[in-house]
Design a protein around this ligand. Structure first.
Ligand code: ATP
Length: 205
């Protein structure tokens, strides 16, 4: 049975934190492929056009043969939910053990996800610790255990592990803010992504 990981996100834009998380999952678990799934209509966010986010994701991931960018959410008529994505991907990749990659902040919202009972039966969770305000890895683990406990109260048992990555404070919001303030984003995103953003004048206002 093959092992694949889904990495969903808005990727507005994709940054080094995302790439580091995906690369770590490849080696730590190990999984054979990371399937990057840019959301078409993120449930809680406003984002630049899907085509721009997709193009930047392709540019950032093209050098890594274990990275695949999925267009699965293009066929999602309205809001994209994880459960729909996983059901669709499972049909395309039979005989697969699935992992879902999330940052710690996203993982904390799992107890409220749409159709979480079904979703959590279909995949295990790889959690990237995230600097949310001074946490260290031990605190990240504690937060994960709290989420696990909340889910258990809903009769949901999950399988999860923390990814061992250096805590990275970079976020897409930070990148957007730096661009608005006309500061440099070099080394915070892959170079072709930086060039793409400049060429299309993205996030400038
Ligand atoms: P924004 O700042 O706009 O909220 P983001 O940087 O969180 O964006 P997303 O595309 O929303 O980027 O993130 C996709 C996934 O990657 C989410 O699960 C998020 O928690 C995780 N993630 C993003 N950046 C980091 C980081 N620096 N460390 C750990 N996890 C991260």
């Amino acid at each position: 049975m093959q092992q694949l990981a889904i990495f969903g996100g808005t990727f507005d834009p994709v940054h080094w934190g995302h790439l580091l998380i995906a690369e770590t999952a490849l080696h730590q678990v190990p999984v054979e492929q990371i399937i990057w799934v840019p959301s078409l209509n993120p449930p809680h966010k406003q984002a630049v056009a899907f085509q721009h986010r997709l193009e930047m994701l392709k540019l950032a991931t093209k050098d890594n043969p274990a990275f695949t960018v999925s267009l699965i959410e293009v066929n999602t008529p309205e809001t994209s939910y994880a459960i729909n994505t996983l059901i669709d991907l499972a049909a395309d990749y039979p005989n697969t053990h699935w992992y879902w990659i999330v940052g710690l902040d996203t993982f904390q919202t799992l107890p409220r996800w749409h159709r979480r009972h079904e979703l959590t039966q279909m995949c295990d969770w790889l959690i990237a610790p995230r600097l949310l305000g001074g946490e260290n890895i031990a605190q990240s683990e504690l937060i994960c255990k709290q989420v696990e406990h909340q889910l258990r109260n809903q009769s949901i048992i999950i399988d999860w592990q923390l990814l061992h990555i250096p805590l990275v404070g970079v976020s897409s919001s930070l990148i957007r803010q730096l661009i608005r303030e006309r500061q440099s984003i070099r080394y915070l995103v892959a170079e072709p992504v930086r060039v793409y953003i400049a060429a299309h004048n993205l996030y400038a206002k």
